[in-house]
Design a protein. Structure first.
Length: 222
């Protein structure tokens, strides 16, 4: 998780195509939601269209066991002062981007199923991915629903005009789980350590950076 505005720097991340930004994200990260708002503001003021290439990132990957379950006994070094800083930064950025986020109201959720469903939709129904991606964020951060729950995922799929049962099945399919794990590992191998991470032209910005910083990143004014 990236708590505050990041700095544009070189990074071994995926190169984006022209007029494209690569975004690494996890649905349970509040800064990913805030970063999306910043990105949308930049896209609205930009003259040329901008494609967004989504890549999944497992924020809690370091806590998973061999069965891909999150272990509660893993010490990640995050104490009360860390979470208080997160809360303060979320409030500050929420005011900046006019977004209301209550991190105490959302359920403690393992996002694996949601990310697997999203990865499936991206690969099999790319024209509906943006709507599904948006709906997952809204379900979690606005409606405070457990997006790890298969019924919730099915509801979100239906909202995005997808076959609810098809997406539900994909969310727990072992072959898709293996492919998602490869995506997570590829992100780590490329040097992505936190989210959101925005990448373009061999450079990256980490955190919910402001629109003007995204402009410098994407338009090559690093």
């Amino acid at each position: 998780m990236s708590e505050s505005d990041g700095v544009v720097d070189t990074a071994d991340v995926f190169d984006a195509e022209a007029d494209e930004v690569v975004v690494f994200s996890d649905y349970v990260c509040p800064f990913c939601y805030l970063g999306r708002e910043s990105l949308e503001r930049y896209r609205e003021q930009r003259d040329a269209p901008l494609d967004v290439a989504w890549h999944p990132f497992d924020l809690r990957g370091h806590k998973r066991d061999e069965n891909r379950e999150i272990r509660a006994d893993v010490d990640d070094g995050k104490d009360d002062s860390y979470f208080e800083q997160v809360r303060e930064n979320v409030e500050r950025l929420g005011e900046k981007y006019d977004v209301e986020l209550d991190i105490d109201a959302v359920p403690d959720t393992d996002s694996w199923n949601a990310q697997q469903a999203a990865f499936y939709v991206r690969e099999e129904h790319p024209e509906q991915f943006a709507a599904f991606d948006d709906a997952l964020f809204v379900a979690y951060w606005d409606d405070h629903r457990d997006i790890g729950d298969l019924d919730v995922i099915a509801d979100v799929a239906e909202e995005a005009d997808l076959d609810a049962e098809e997406v539900r099945e994909a969310a727990t399919d072992e072959s898709w789980a293996d492919r998602l794990a490869e995506q997570f590992q590829e992100a780590r191998d490329r040097g992505v350590t936190g989210v959101p991470t925005f990448a373009a032209d061999g450079h990256a910005a980490r955190g919910a950076v402001p629109p003007e910083q995204l402009e410098r990143l994407i338009e090559g004014e690093n």
